[in-house]
Design a protein around this ligand. Structure first.
Ligand code: IDP
Length: 138
């Protein structure tokens, strides 16, 4: 068993589809072992996506991530990081496979409904930004 970090992004909370996304996550065999709703500050969004700060879309990304609340989650399962990336589909919904979260729900490459960590190391770092061990109940 391993863990990954997930964010249901503002486009999901705005459209009230977080339950629909969770249903896809759970149907894929991932377990939601921690979850809370938070409204990112600009500083939180800039920190979270710091790796992209030189990219042309950074300003837009920070704006989108702070425009409405998000749901931060810890997901548990076998190979959780890779499994959840598969469940999410490609970053650009036009390239996402059938049945994936982004194919089903994403509005655009920026407003693409959910985030999933890209490595076990980043998953641990991202989880620790939002959850204490006591809040994660497997
Ligand atoms: P990922 O979320 O699939 O791991 P990354 O390349 O790490 O994709 O990009 C992080 C986030 O930045 C994406 O999920 C998306 O919201 C946003 N993003 C990535 N590329 C673009 C772009 O070309 N235009 C606008 N937003 C983008």
């Amino acid at each position: 068993m391993s863990r990954t970090f997930s964010i249901l992004k503002p486009d999901a909370t705005r459209r009230n589809i977080t339950g629909a996304v969770n249903a896809v996550i759970e149907a894929a065999g991932l377990r939601i072992v921690a979850q809370k709703r938070v409204h990112f500050t600009k500083a939180q969004a800039e920190r979270f996506y710091g790796v992209h700060k030189e990219r042309p879309f950074f300003g837009e990304l920070v704006e989108q991530m702070t425009a409405a609340p998000v749901v931060v989650q810890v997901l548990e399962g076998e190979n959780a990081v890779a499994k959840y990336r598969e469940v999410l589909g490609a970053t650009n919904p036009e390239q996402a496979a059938e049945g994936t979260v982004r194919k089903l729900f994403a509005l655009s490459i920026g407003e693409n409904t959910a985030h999933g960590s890209d490595s076990d190391e980043n998953a641990a770092i991202e989880i620790a930004q939002f959850f204490s061990e006591a809040e994660i109940v497997g």
